[in-house]
Design a protein around this ligand. Structure first.
Ligand code: UGA
Length: 428
C-alpha cells in the first residue's frame, strides 16, 4: 500500500520512517525545499534518539519530494501539518486548509483516504471534508508520540485512536485497519469513533497530563511554605494505584508548545461554545505561576541579582531533544537576564546548543563544562531533567566554584550527596 505523508515536521517524520519500516511504501512531502534536499541525502533534519540510524535502515521504502502531483499514486494520504497557535493562542488552521486545497487541486477524484494526523480543534475534519468534496474520505487519527521517546512510543502506543466520519465507507475502514494491523494483532486498543469525540481526545489527553503537572506544582508551593517535601508527598499519593505516578513531578512547569498550545486551544474551544473551562484555565495560570515561584525563590536568596554570575545547565524543554520551543529553561533565563544576571548556558546536546546559537544569539552558550571558569560562577541552576547530571564531578566543581549554591528546578540531584559535599542546595 502506498502512503503519502504531507509535511515532514517533528513527530511526523518519525511516523513516516516507522511506516516505512513496517514495509509500507512511503512518500513524504514538505514544501520546504531545503529540508527535502537534506532528507534526500539521508540527513535526519530533526534530532531524536535513534532517528538517524532508522532513516538509514528504511532507504528502500521511503522517498521525499516537494511535488504534490505525485500524490495520485497513493491510496492513503496523511496530513500531518503543524497547527500552531495564533497571537491570541487560538489554533491557527491555515496550514491544514492550504494542504487540503493543494490536495484538491492536484489529485484526481478517485476515492482517496485523507487521514488527518495534526492536532485539530472540534469541527476541523468537517471543514477539511467540505474543502475536499465527496471523492475524498476524511479520517483522522491523532498522534500521541512524545519527543525523546517518540521511536518507542510509535511501536508501543497505549492505544490507536481512529476518528471516522459516521458514514465512512466500509472500504475505508478496512484500509485503515490494514494500515494499523501491526497494532491490532498486538492487541493494542484500537478505538473507532466519530469526528467530534476524536477531535477532543487529543486535547483532553494532553490537558489532563498538564492538569496533573499543575496540580503537583501548585502543591509544591504549599509544601515549600510549610516545610513538606514535594517528592515524598508525590510518592505518598501515587502509590494509590488509582492515581498513578507519571506526570506528578513538581518542576518548573510544562514546556514545549504541545501542552501550552493545546491547553490554551481547549480554553478557547470552551469559550467558543459558550462555556467556561474553569479547571483548564487554572492549569494554564498555575503553569505561568510556577516559573515565577522558582524565580522568586532565586531572588529571595539574595536581594539583588546584578552582580551574580549564573551557570544554567540544560536548555531544551526536556532531555535529549534539541527543541527549544516554550522551553522553561529559556523562559527562566530571559527573566533572570532582564534582572541583570550574567548567565552562561550549557546543554549536553550539540544540536540543542546549535539551535540556541541560531535562535537566541544573545545567549552565551558553552560547548564543554571543562571550559567553565567556576571561580567566576556564583550559582548553578538546573533547568532540564538530565539524570546524567548526577554523574558530574561535583566535588571538583565545589572546590572551584565561587559560591556553592545550586537551585535545582527539576529535583534531579541526589540531595544528600550534594549537601554532604558542602553545597547549599535549593530545590522545588
Ligand atoms: C506530549 C504528550 O506527552 C504526548 O502524548 C503528545 O503526543 C505530545 O505532547 C504532542 O501533543 O505532540 P511532549 O510534549 O513531547 O509530549 O513531552 P512530555 O514528555 O509529555 O513533556 C511535556 C512537558 O511536561 C515537558 O516540559 C516536561 O518537562 C513537563 N513535565 C512532564 C513536568 O513538568 N512534570 C512531569 O511530571 C512530566
Amino acid at each position: 500500500m502506498k502512503i503519502w505523508i504531507i509535511w515532514t515536521g517533528y513527530v511526523w517524520l518519525i511516523q513516516a520512517i516507522w511506516l516505512a519500516k513496517l514495509g509500507f511504501d512511503v512518500v513524504s512531502l514538505d514544501i520546504d525545499e531545503k529540508k527535502i534536499e537534506d532528507l534526500k541525502n539521508w540527513i535526519a533534519v530533526i534530532y531524536e534518539p535513534w532517528l538517524k540510524e532508522l532513516l538509514a535502515e528504511v532507504k528502500e521504502n521511503i522517498k521525499f519530494t516537494t511535488n504534490y502531483k505525485d500524490l495520485n499514486d497513493c491510496e492513503i494520504i496523511f496530513v500531518a501539518v503543524w497547527t500552531p497557535q495564533d497571537k491570541r493562542w487560538r489554533t491557527n488552521k491555515d496550514f491544514i486548509h492550504k494542504a487540503s486545497i493543494s490536495i484538491k487541486q492536484n489529485l484526481e477524484n478517485n476515492d482517496k483516504v485523507i487521514v488527518i494526523k495534526s492536532t485539530v480543534p472540534v469541527g476541523t475534519n468537517k471543514e477539511v471534508s467540505e474543502i475536499l468534496g465527496e471523492w475524498f474520505e476524511v479520517v483522522s487519527n491523532p498522534e500521541f508520540l512524545r519527543e525523546w521517546k517518540a521511536i518507542n512510543d510509535f511501536f508501543e502506543p497505549d492505544r490507536v485512536v481512529v476518528w471516522f466520519w459516521k458514514n465512512v465507507k466500509w472500504k475505508t475502514k478496512e484500509k485503515i485497519r490494514k494500515l494499523y494491523n501491526y497494532f491490532i494483532e498486538k492487541n493494542i486498543p484500537y478505538i473507532e469513533t466519530t469526528w467530534e469525540t476524536a477531535e477532543l481526545i487529543k486535547y483532553a489527553a494532553n490537558s489532563f497530563l498538564a492538569t496533573k503537572i499543575s496540580f503537583i506544582n501548585e502543591l509544591s508551593q504549599l509544601a515549600d511554605k510549610v516545610g513538606a517535601d514535594i517528592q515524598e508527598l508525590a510518592n505518598g499519593i501515587w502509590l494509590d494505584k488509582r492515581i498513578w505516578k507519571s506526570f506528578l513531578n513538581a518542576w518548573l512547569g510544562y514546556g514545549w508548545s504541545c501542552f501550552p498550545k493545546d491547553v490554551k486551544s481547549l480554553i478557547h474551544q470552551f469559550s467558543e461554545n459558550g462555556l467556561k473551562g474553569n479547571i483548564i484555565e487554572a492549569v494554564d495560570n498555575t503553569n505561568q505561576n510556577q516559573l515565577n515561584y522558582f524565580l522568586n525563590k532565586i531572588e529571595n536568596f539574595y536581594d539583588d541579582l546584578d552582580w551574580k554570575n549564573l551557570l544554567v545547565l540544560w536548555l531544551a524543554f526536556k532531555p535529549d531533544t534539541d527543541d527549544l520551543r516554550e522551553s522553561r529553561a529559556i523562559a527562566l533565563i530571559q527573566k533572570l537576564q532582564e534582572k541583570g544576571a550574567e548567565v552562561v548556558w550549557y546543554d549536553p546536546l550539540e544540536k540543542a546548543r546549535e539551535n540556541v546559537r541560531t535562535f537566541y544569539p544573545e545567549i552565551n552558550v558553552i560547548d564543554d563544562l571543562q571550559n567553565v571558569d567556576f571561580s567566576k560562577i556564583n550559582w548553578i541552576i538546573i533547568a532540564t531533567e538530565y539524570e546524567s547530571f548526577n554523574d558530574l564531578d561535583w566535588e571538583n566543581i565545589f572546590s572551584k566554584i565561587s559560591m556553592p549554591v545550586i537551585f535545582d528546578g527539576r529535583n534531579i540531584l541526589d540531595k544528600n550527596k550534594i549537601k554532604k559535599i558542602g553545597f547549599i542546595y535549593k530545590k522545588i
